[in-house]
Write a protein that binds this ligand. Structure first.
Ligand SMILES: [Zn+2]
Length: 411
């Protein structure tokens, strides 16, 4: 008896074959490639160490700003933010004079690969660490979609599963813990054993990576935990495609102090107080996050400002890597122009951008600052437990090629 798979589907201009076996795409939040390399060297990831030589081991470029939401949305849509619209946690709506959160699916400008497969009859499951991503990832998708953070609140109607906590059989983890990510993997394994989704998307949190460098005992333990679940999923017959939303770097000087460009202070000095507005799309405006410092900012300038001269001045600040006017930035980074300011500023590998010194309380940082957002965090792993011989070695891969490689090229 032969069972024929449904034909390929097209999503956002890209074609995807139906999976020939269950596919699990994993977004490891903040996974600088060195975390995996060092964990393998230390013997902490025996499964990947054995699977990668016969599989696919590549590096890929994530989306800049190298933040969580833009990249998760790119991975599940297969396209950059210029197409899906999500270019940060929030943007400044100049007409409304307000900073607007982009966590709501109404800001999403295209459909997802997940929703399209579900529409075509596939069983699809999504498990995220934090709840803030859940609604975006699960937009218009029928199937299972819940977060570790709120696994105790799932309902069949809203999340496609009546008792998320009961399914996993672990206590509800704290939002600020490595356990939050472990819960995601444990859920993925339970779902594979029970529902056996054709497509699963698992997205972790970078709590560990923000605190611990590659090769540290804490990082190796975290990656070892993941490796155990990768082995279980592979043992259940799944294709694994593992990538990341962004990398992670120490943003400190030799003494471990954060290196910060307080961009709002410079602009206030040059133009007058509060005439320009610096937006840090990493920040959640509802919570004054002590360490909400990343290597990417966008600047809204007052009417009549000399944009090109100010671009040069900002670019001249020590620690800036690239400063571009809106149009050039949107071309280079594939961003939606209506959600980007007059300038885009990207700081270098060791430096972050803040608003005003007085608005960032760094006393709450309990470890030397590690962060992301810039070009320096653009390189991420793209790994499969199956070979992809048809993909040329010199093709520039993006993290949002994960579904393409897994569905169209894996053998
Ligand atoms: Zn992230």
């Amino acid at each position: 008896m032969t069972t024929s798979r449904p034909g390929p589907i097209t999503v956002n201009g890209r074609r995807y074959a139906w999976p020939d076996r269950p596919l699990v795409v994993v977004c490891v939040d903040g996974c600088e490639p060195d975390y995996i390399r060092q964990a393998i060297t230390a013997g902490a990831m025996p499964y990947l160490a054995s699977a990668l030589p016969g599989g696919t081991e590549r590096l890929a470029d994530c989306v800049v700003p190298s933040f969580t939401n833009p990249n998760n949305l790119s991975i599940v849509t297969g396209v950059p933010p210029s197409a899906h619209g999500i270019c940060g946690n929030y943007f400044y709506d100049r007409d409304a004079g307000a900073e607007v959160m982009m966590n709501d699916p109404r800001y999403l400008r295209c459909g997802t690969i997940l929703a399209a497969f579900a529409q075509d009859g596939a069983r699809v499951a999504v498990v995220t660490a934090k709840d803030k991503l859940r609604r975006l990832l699960g937009h218009d998708m029928s199937g299972i979609c819940f977060s570790a953070e709120k696994a105790n609140e799932t309902t069949a109607a809203e999340h496609g599963i009546a008792d998320g906590l009961g399914l996993v059989g672990m206590p509800l983890p704290s939002v600020y813990s490595a356990d939050l990510s472990e819960f995601v993997f444990a859920a993925g394994v339970k779902l594979m054993e029970s529902v056996r989704p054709e497509i699963t998307y698992l997205s972790t949190t970078d709590y560990v990576q923000h605190k611990h460098a590659p090769g540290s005992p804490e990082a190796n333990a975290f990656y070892g935990m993941m490796d155990g679940y990768f082995a279980k999923l592979a043992g259940l017959g799944a294709t694994l495609a593992i990538t990341a939303d962004h990398g992670m770097n120490a943003k400190t000087d030799g003494a471990g102090r954060p290196r910060v460009i307080y961009l709002q202070d410079y602009l206030d000095d040059w133009l007058g107080a509060a005439r320009a507005r610096v937006i840090l799309p990493i920040t959640d405006p509802y919570v004054v996050h002590h360490g909400a410092l990343g290597s990417f900012a966008t600047v809204y300038l007052p009417e009549g400002a000399e944009v090109s001269r100010l671009r040069e001045r900002v670019a001249g600040l020590a620690g800036m890597e690239v400063v571009l006017e809106r149009e050039a930035a949107c071309r280079r980074f594939e961003l939606p122009p209506d959600r980007v300011g007059d300038l885009v500023a990207v700081s270098d590998r060791y430096v972050v951008i803040g608003t005003s010194a007085g608005r960032h309380d760094l006393s709450g940082l309990d470890a030397p600052l590690r962060s992301h957002g810039g070009i320096s965090e653009q390189t991420v792993p793209l790994l499969l437990n199956r070979p992809t011989p048809g993909v040329p070695g010199d093709r520039r891969l993006r993290n949002f090629d994960a579904f393409d490689l897994a569905l169209n090229h894996s053998q």
